[in-house]
Design a protein around this ligand. Sequence first.
Ligand SMILES: Cc1ncc(COP(=O)(O)O)c(C=O)c1O
Length: 438
Amino acid sequence: MEEFNKIRSHILDQTRAFFNSTSGDKIVPGQNYIPVSGKLINSNDVVSVVDSALDMWFTAGRYSEDLERKLAEFMHQKFCLLVNSGSSANLVAMSTLTSSTLGDRRVQPGDEVITLAAGFPTTVNPIVQVGAVPVFVDVDIESLQLDVSYLERALSEKTKAVFIAHTLGNVFELDQVRKFCEKHKLWLIEDCCDALGAKYDGKLVGTYGDICTLSFYPAHHITTGEGGAVLTSSPKLKKLAESFRDWGRDCWCPPGVDNSCKKRFNWQLGDLPRGYDHKYIYSHIGYNLKMTDMQAALGLSQLTRVEEFIEKRNKNFKLLHSYLNGLDDCLILPKIHEKAKPSWFGFPITVKDGQGFSRNELRDYLEAKKIGTRMLFAGNLTKQPLYENVKYRIVGNLENTDIVMNNTFWVGVFPRLNDGHMKYIADVIKEFLSKRAK
Ligand SMILES: Cc1ncc(COP(=O)(O)O)c(C=O)c1O
């Protein structure tokens, strides 16, 4: 064996030994804080990251290539582009639709995009960032997903796209949304950041839209530290997304490769002279949002356990749901559409009005008993300071979105938790209710 291979092998063995010497902290219900989310790392993950670091390549390389291929396969899409966050994935997805090469269907400043105010800000921010106008529709209060009955009312002559998340890993009514988009020739971007592996009518979410996005922040189903992905099965959209991700350039060579197009010095684009190096020709106002190979190395190792992670999340969800059974006079528990098979990110609970206690009181009680809670992200985005001076349109009155803002929170179901944690969470909720209910 070459000397450097021997040393590499030694370092990787030592890395594994190092990992195995660390003791995984146990989360004891009642004694330790039960977080809402967190990464699940094993020795293979750490070995993979160190192996990639030893390549000393650092930018997108062999691990990125492999992860893009395997994620595309897993998501039943033709193409996957890795990016440095789910927010970047959303920015790339939205920017892609602004390319002049899309002709009449391109999203231009002042055009409208239908979306939700009850969700994560960076599903909506890219709409504003490209100069378009978010049109907010309400959610169904039981599923916390898009209420499809608002879609036709939301439509205007300026509508160009629908950009909606499968919030908390539950699934919105994809057949209705897709039909609506097809009827009116609208783009559909599915934000699947919370919902890796969820299905609708037997098909993976993300495959219904033109583009879908994922996040690999540690709270999500698999992690790359920071990270995300843009997926599509359209070669045209893939090429555009890649351009926006990679500085806006026209050239599509991966890092370290020259002349993929075989005519690097023979293009004439814009008003540039013929033969201007294609590597330095730019066709879009782009960014640099690429992922490093070390992040991809972690993702690739995590992806081998994705099915197990999803199964554990869904199992925890089912357990908690069953333990909370019978509390629906005061709490709204998450409803699943008959065609949906969610991939749960968290377990949302909405306090019904008029119960003699508030969401905040229940939340504070849980936190005092060492149970982590979160708001449903931004609640009602239109009430957040960042949207004070932003142009948007509201369809109806966002009544349920306000209920989400005032009455909803969620607790964790991530794979480090188990039956004992779910039982404890349910018991503490019941204890609170027995003390506080009217
Ligand atoms: C639905 C949704 N979209 C986008 C994001 C942003 O992902 P990231 O944190 O990787 O930027 C999140 C983050 O949790 C999210 O929940």
